[in-house]
Design a protein around this ligand. Structure first.
Ligand code: HEC
Ligand code: HEC
Length: 317
């Protein structure tokens, strides 16, 4: 079990055990690759990289920055409060504090920047890339370049990547494992069935997750406290890949690829905070930033025109 959820371990353990008992035996359509059920995302990535153990973080000025970066990953709002606008932590999508292969590990990212990104049409430094996570995934504000928050996250990523070749941007374990295109177009109603059977026990039927004694035990998947419409997880392709390799928590690769696509569609077919790149209307924002079959923004799903919530709310830490 990950370190950050240890304080509330008894609660988590009981919920997880309950959920495992409820998981139905999955059946696979003929011809669909049968993924082997595995306890974590790394197993199917072919990665053999071993990030250093946190107990070896040096006890000096550099080590302090590495430790701060690690703390920010696990408890983002506590350690970077001025930049976070929701109740997520970086670790929720980068499991094991960004060390886990197949869960967009920070070591795979560190050796891959600077890089050109179509998202903002320029060559991004590693710090530029980190800024985007705060703006979209954390529905927050970008920490300034050179700020302690970005320096600490960079120091931690550099430390995690020890021994990896710089520039190997296709290193095994980077990002999420590829997922074949779905045989059937992803579907809201089928996704709801997958959600209710495999996800609601932890993330709740209304997608808002669970808070125990003021601590977010299971993060919200949509709504005001989740990632906003500009985030990478808002692409059903990214979401399907993440979910296939990482969810249900502790049961990586137990869904079929089709189930992962359907439940990603269901999750991303709900309202969430406005895209901060708002162009004055849903149609104009879709045309400029969401003109893709992987984005449901600006489309009608289950009777709702997604993103039709007006200008972004002013940032509140
Ligand atoms: C809601 C889920 C989510 C949260 C929370 C989140 N990220 Fe990410 N992150 C993603 C996704 C999805 C991608 C891949 C995006 C893409 O390919 O466009 C990503 C990509 C990245 C990358 C680049 C990875 C690569 O290999 O290029 C870095 C670095 C990163 N995130 C850091 C962070 C940090 C630091 C935080 C917290 C401040 C954070 N993320 C919070 C979902 C999240
Ligand atoms: C046993 C409890 C459990 C189950 C079941 C579960 N999750 Fe999660 N989920 C978690 C936990 C815990 C995290 C945060 C992981 C971390 O911080 O290391 C998480 C994180 C996530 C995230 C990224 C953070 C966010 O809020 O956007 C997504 C997306 C997600 N889960 C989707 C799903 C989907 C879809 C399913 C069903 C297929 C599912 N989960 C089933 C416990 C669970």
């Amino acid at each position: 079990m990950s370190k950050h959820i240890q304080p509330i371990k008894p609660v988590l353990t009981s919920i997880m055990l309950a959920s495992m008992a409820l998981v139905p035996v999955v059946s696979f359509a003929a011809g669909e690759a049968v993924p082997k059920s595995a306890p974590n995302a790394a197993v199917m990535t072919g990665s053999h990289f071993q990030a250093p153990d946190p107990s070896t973080i040096p006890n000096d000025e550099f080590g302090k920055m590495v430790q701060l970066g690690r703390n920010i990953m696990f408890e983002t709002k506590k350690y970077a409060p001025q930049y976070v606008g929701n109740s997520l932590n970086c670790v929720n999508c980068h499991t094991d504090g960004g060390a886990m292969a197949g869960s967009a590990p920070l070591w795979g990212a560190w050796v891959s920047y600077p890089a050109y990104r179509g998202k903002n049409k320029k060559v991004n430094t590693y710090e530029d890339r980190l800024q985007g996570c705060f703006r979209y995934s954390m529905n927050g504000k970008m920490p300034p370049l050179g700020s302690d928050v970005l320096v600490a996250l960079s120091a931690y990523s550099y430390w995690l990547a020890k021994g990896l070749p710089t520039g190997d941007n296709k290193i095994a374990g980077r990002g999420y494992p590829d997922l074949p295109e779905p045989k059937q177009a992803p579907d809201f109603v089928r996704g709801k069935t997958v959600y209710e059977a495999n996800c609601a026990i932890c993330h709740a039927a209304n997608g808002q997750g669970r808070v125990v004694n003021g601590t977010v035990v299971f993060p919200p998947l949509w709504g005001a406290q989740s990632f906003n419409w500009g985030a990478g997880m808002g692409s059903i392709k990214n979401a399907a890949k993440f979910i296939f390799a990482n969810m249900p928590y502790g049961q990586s690769y137990s869904l079929t690829p089709q189930q992962a696509w359907d439940v990603a569609y269901y999750m991303d077919g709900h309202e969430r905070p406005q895209d901060p790149r708002w162009q004055g209307s849903v149609a104009a924002t879709r045309a400029k930033y969401h003109d893709s079959k992987n984005s449901l923004y600006g489309t009608k799903v289950n009777g709702v025109l997604l993103g039709d919530t007006g200008a972004p709310k002013p940032f509140e830490p």
